[in-house]
Design a protein around this ligand. Sequence first.
Ligand code: FNR
Ligand code: LAC
Length: 353
Amino acid sequence: MNVWDYEQRFEQTLDAGAFGYFAGGADDEVTLRDNVAAFRRWRLRPRMLVDVSAAAIETTVLGEPVSMPLLVAPTAFQRMAHPDGEIATARATAAAGTVMTMSTVATASPGEVAEAAPGAARWFQLYWFKDEGVTHALIDQAVVSDFRAIVLTIDAPGAPGRRERDLRSGFVVEAPIPAVEAATGRPTGLTPAEVFALVESRLTWRDLERLRGMSDLPLLVKGVLTREDARLAVDGGVDGIVVSNHAGRQLDTVLAGIDALPEVVDEVGGEVEVFVDGGVRRGTDVLKALALGARAALIGRPVLWGLAAAGEAGVRDVLEIFRREIALGMQLLGCVGCGAVTRAHVQSGPDPT
Ligand code: FNR
Ligand code: LAC
């Protein structure tokens, strides 16, 4: 019926280690929970007696047409959730007519993902590895495999947040990770912390220029939570920003993505497309993101829940659930399309707890 049904099946499907990795957050998981709770604090302001007979939810992201203002966020090690992993996600996302962002630490190569769904719009999420040769090779593979943008994740400088579920379970990745093999010679058997240790921690905003020189693809940065960094990103020439706290898995007790969105939109909303992720679980959450200035939202865990439950069919169903909910919400909000959803369609409400 809804994505929460898939979450319930998720815990039954995976072993404790994998479940803890996919479900967990950092420290006390304050931000993990607040990502979802924050959406409930925002309330929609519907307008009535609008002709919504032709209401639509299609839009574009970086000029790319998509069926709905919802994209798939990059999540790692998907073969630990289902044997078909990123291949299933790529096929389902293509069938849904939206964008999949593939993780650098996927358990499939960019070429394999591209082959799974030829011609589909895909973004490549880059972890800038300490090994510059691997970083260049990853970007080259994305370009050759017709990825449409590079999404540089900037909230994981060399270390994951302290994920106590993984520390308790001793979780180790058991599926092969091509990028990790290229960097270490070890295809698998690493802990998330060992994978993160491969990521450069010396990057500064000045490195954006170098990155923009490595390909002609549009560039987004993922992990911005402040107006100050949004300004630095735009001044550094990015084409888009993903407001994100990495699903509460990096620095705990930061703002929920939806709560950080307004200040970023105030700062750079008119200059680049702004996206948001973290805690998106309902079509109404996507409408709130649009109302607060996002071009589209991204989902991480709901895709993993569908993947673990039923592979490609599960991911397709999760995306269809969101499509249905966004379409109904658009209609009941009194909006004819994504462009009609404005700041006046949302207000901060009482804390429901
Ligand atoms: C992630 N995320 C992530 N982000 C990224 O840039 N590269 C990555 O490899 C991963 N891997 C990853 C694994 C798992 C298990 C999770 C839950 C998240 C963060 C992801 O892109 C996105 O920001 C969040 O998942 C969005 O929040 P929700 O939808 O999961 O609440
Ligand atoms: C994580 C990394 C891989 O959140 O992004 O686990």
